[in-house]
Design a protein around this ligand. Structure first.
Ligand code: NAG
Ligand code: NAG
Ligand code: NAG
Ligand code: NAG
Ligand code: NAG
Length: 830
């Protein structure tokens, strides 16, 4: 035949091999080891099953996978806690700076008692040598406290992970003169960052920013003395401990307590990547972490957050920006700060001017301090001294004081700061353009999607494998066999689909999870859809995951066909969407009738919803969709849309077989049918998570800016409460009739419209004794034609849904109940 593929027999053997190997890994995951004896190893390939667990199974130790990358670390983690990761919250890592490859890496307890972590090329990444202690190591053991120990035959501990913490301290793990917590660099990495927590040379526990350029202490408050901060430097024993009740007691009197003080709760004290020290408690029911204490309730007080020349502001989330005359160095890394758009020269020809940045301070780096001086005098002094780059003019102890600075570090803005910073800038700088440029660079790294990290060692990359040709060939062979297996599985699957379509093979074997699909649901061919949509003529809309076209099927059903853009991403989304829709059926959710996966084409076929999306009706001015723009939704319709959307989400969150989080709730994804009944669309971003399982796993930030809950930006687990937050924004927009998710520039600062709305609403609610405040908050286009009680309840629901603290947000069930309670009110107008 000349065809270079092996015979069908080899296909089958490959499949058999594939099936057997997946079965054996499933079977072995049941056995739990508590010890590792001399001469044994943990292999990275078996990272799901080759694990050590503590006797009570709270902790697991083994290879930990970073997201979906091919990078692993040897770590200890909480067995059953989510944290945006598949396996659990990591508390310790061996050599955080050096992740290892997902193939060929291993941890061995060698015969001579040395514990070694080796990478794919055999290089030693980390090792513990207890060879010097006389008696040798007998075994490694993971204790119930989360401590990995090496013991000799008599049970004596020769080495313990508790002595070399990373960023986390566990209850009963002492912090001593020799130990130090170091934050991680960013979410999703374990590499060391710039923040540290340890006993300083004067025996006081401190948080320090230790960056590439400068170091500075920021906690306890550096503006006060040790004793004013309630600490002491008289006790040099330098020991601190978090006990099982949640009390942290230290020899320097740094004492603090978890807000849920008591025994039987799993806790951890972590120096987070943002430089804040937080005490967390595990909620056993949701498997998520709650902050029960934090060192700095005002995160902008953390030094180094926004880098040199950067300013931290509350929006209310802490956010970095560059002051006028400065521009961002690296938008993906704020620790690099801002650079001046001019050159600092110190000759008499350079003319300077001052630009006031109100309510802003730059901490430290004082050149000179002049108490009770006038602003003019302060300006004159700063002009005369070449080293002066900025001065802070502030009220302190009843007088106006002048602090001249030779560098801009630790900038922070807060409306209650009683003073201003005056930046010294060259007169030649075009300040009007400087100002606008400054506000356009108001982007934090937090608001951009973090690109997926690049694997340091790619399997099969030539430079790694050149020296190892034999292994390479094996890798390729396995990959080949694997690929053949996949092809055959796809072949079988498509065969099954054909049977299914003809209806003569109604599925009995349902292992692939498609069995709950309704009979309407089917697979389409590409040519069929091309014909139905008239070569994709009429575009209905375009979203992050692809464009949607209108079409008519042969049986005259009108459909919306969504063409997924990026093929790689398309496959993932397709699967998520197919499985989700196969199981979801609710009047407030858009129905999916089928899909197509052919070559590079990935298409989804939905029921066609005639009135388009909610945004066209709410924000008529902003809409391009002119034919719908003129229709105004009346109050009754708005209330029904709010209620229907809540019902749809409540169904997703609480009622379907699998727990579904939508992750991108916004008016664009709420479609309206002929009766203006809402139907939630676009589950492309949703991921399934088994009820009571380990929660959602997200490798990248999903959603739409303005509707996204703070959890996405903080290192917090993603739960159904992210949808509650987005729903809160939407319900407020329904009432207000305008975008609250937009960002506006106020006084050169970017601010969410929502924040202003909340501020006004809370103020009005506090000031008014009756419901008269509602009038001002409702869409003026309704001309007063609305139900005041319903509006008040909707605004209150909205406000509670967008609480920063997700535990204070209601569930969608509760929202539905509250709305139902005021549904048939006799006072209903219209
Ligand atoms: C352990 O000690 C023995 C004898 O003292 C020595 O030969 C051996 O190389 C040591 N092993 C390691 C890993 O240091
Ligand atoms: C120093 O602190 C330790 C630990 O808190 C405590 O046990 C010890 O009594 C203290 N020493 C003095 C002299 O206060
Ligand atoms: C600053 O000086 C450097 C060289 O001295 C020059 O290349 C650069 O253009 C100057 N920048 C500004 C903004 O004047
Ligand atoms: C700037 O002020 C500091 C502190 O008063 C002083 O030590 C320094 O010499 C001054 N530099 C110049 C160039 O005047
Ligand atoms: C300053 O910037 C503005 C806006 O970019 C521009 O129109 C104006 O010409 C600039 N002026 C100078 C002196 O460069």
């Amino acid at each position: 035949m000349g065809f270079p593929f092996p015979s069908p027999a080899i296909f089958s053997i490959a499949i058999l091999f594939f099936v057997i190997s997946s079965y054996s890994s499933l079977a072995s995951s049941v056995t739990k080891k508590h010890f590792m004896y001399k001469g044994s190893s943990l292999l990275v390939e078996d990272y799901l099953s080759d694990l050590l667990t503590s006797p009570d199974e709270t902790f697991t130790c083994g290879f930990y996978r970073f997201g979906t990358n091919n990078r692993f670390s040897f770590s200890i983690w909480f067995t059953n806690s989510e944290e945006g990761s598949s396996q659990g919250t990591v508390v310790w890592t061996a050599n955080r700076q050096h992740p290892v490859n997902g193939r060929g890496s291993r941890v061995s307890l060698q015969r001579d008692g040395t514990m070694v972590l080796t990478d794919v090329d055999g290089s030693i990444v980390w090792f513990i040598n207890t060879n010097t202690t006389g008696t040798g190591v007998d075994k490694a053991e993971l204790l119930n406290t989360g401590n990995l120990v090496l013991k000799d035959p008599f049970g004596k501990i020769l080495w313990q992970s508790f002595d070399s913490p990373t960023d986390t301290l566990l209850p009963s793990q002492p912090l001593t003169r020799h130990t130090k917590l170091v934050s991680a660099m960013a979410i999703g990495t374990h590499a060391s960052g710039y923040f540290t927590f340890n006993f300083d040379s004067d025996s006081v526990l401190r948080l320090m920013y230790d960056g590439p350029e400068v170091s500075s202490l920021y906690w306890p408050d550096p503006d006060f003395t040790i004793f004013e901060n309630g600490r002491t430097n008289y006790n040099s024993s330098r020991i601190a401990l978090l006990d099982d009740m949640g009390a942290f007691l230290s020899s320097d009197r740094t004492n603090f307590f978890a807000s849920d003080l008591g025994s039987g709760i799993k806790r951890r004290l972590t120096l987070d990547y943002d430089g804040n020290l937080r005490l967390y408690s595990l909620d056993e029911s949701t498997k998520s972490w709650t902050v029960t204490w934090e060192a700095l309730p005002r995160p902008c007080d953390i030094h180094g957050l926004c880098g040199r020349n950067g300013v931290c502001t509350y929006t209310p989330k802490p956010k970095c920006s560059c002051p006028p005359g400065y521009e961002i160095v690296d938008p993906s890394d704020w620790s690099k700060g801002c650079r001046p758009k001019f050159n600092w020269t110190c000759d008499q020809t350079q003319q300077y001017t001052f630009v006031e940045v109100p309510h802003t301070d730059f901490w430290g780096y004082d050149l000179d301090y002049r108490p009770s001086s006038s602003l003019e005098h302060c300006m004159k002094l700063c002009l005369e001294n070449c080293s002066c780059e900025v001065f802070v003019y502030r009220l302190m102890k009843g007088t106006q004081n002048c602090y001249m600075k030779f560098a801009l570090f630790n900038g922070r803005s807060a409306s209650d700061f009683p003073g201003s910073a005056y930046l010294k800038l060259p007169r030649s700088l075009n300040l009007t353009s400087a100002k606008t440029a400054a506000s356009t660079t108001l982007v934090t790294s937090d608001y951009t999607c973090r690109p997926e990290e690049v694997d340091p060692v790619e399997v099969g990359s030539s430079q790694t494998y050149n020296a190892n040709n034999r292994r390479t060939r094996w890798v390729y062979l396995y990959m080949f066999v694997f690929a053949i297996g996949i092809i055959e599985i796809l072949f079988l699957a498509s065969g099954w689909w054909c049977l299914y379509r003809r209806g003569d093979g109604v599925s009995k074997s349902t292992a692939n999870g498609y069995h709950t699909l309704s009979s309407e649901f089917r697979m389409f061919t590409y040519s069929e859809l091309k014909k139905a949509t008239g070569m994709f003529k009429e575009e209905l809309g375009r979203g992050g995951s692809g464009a949607v076209y209108k079409g008519v099927l042969q049986d005259d059903r009108v459909v919306a066909v969504k063409k997924l853009g990026d093929v790689l991403q398309g496959e993932e989304e397709l699967r998520a969407e197919v499985i989700t829709f196969g199981r979801v059926n609710h009047m407030n959710l858009v129905k999916m009738w089928g899909f197509c996966s052919e070559g590079t084409h990935r298409l989804l076929v939905y029921e066609y919803i005639e009135n388009g999306s909610l945004n066209n009706y709410l924000f008529s001015n902003a809409s391009n969709n002119s034919n719908n723009g003129a229709i105004l939704l009346n109050w009754r319709e708005r209330f029904r849309i709010a209620l229907g959307t809540a019902k749809g989400l409540a169904y997703l969150h609480h009622e379907c077989l699998e727990w579904v989080i939508h992750c991108d709730v916004k008016p664009e994804n709420i479609l309206l049918d002929g009766n203006f009944e809402p139907k939630i669309a676009d589950f492309g971003l949703a991921k399934l998570s088994k009820r009571g399982g380990s929660g959602c796993q997200f490798t990248r930030i999903r959603g739409t800016k303005g509707y996204m809950a703070p959890e996405w930006f903080l290192n917090l687990p993603i739960t159904a409460k992210v949808d509650v937050y987005s729903y809160g924004v939407v319900i407020l927009e329904i009432v207000k009739g305008s975008r609250l998710s937009d960002w506006v520039v106020v006084d050169g600062e970017e601010e969410a419209e929502l924040i202003r709305f909340l501020w006004v609403a809370r103020k009005k609610i506090a000031e008014c004794k009756d419901d008269s405040w509602v009038e001002d908050m409702v869409d003026p286009a309704l001309k007063g034609q609305f139900n005041q009680q319903q509006a008040a309840i909707m605004i209150e629901i909205g406000i509670s849904c967008v609480e920063e603290d997700r535990s204070r947000r209601p569930t969608m069930d509760a929202v539905v109940q509250t709305l139902l309670d005021c549904e048939d009110d006799p006072k209903l107008v219209l």
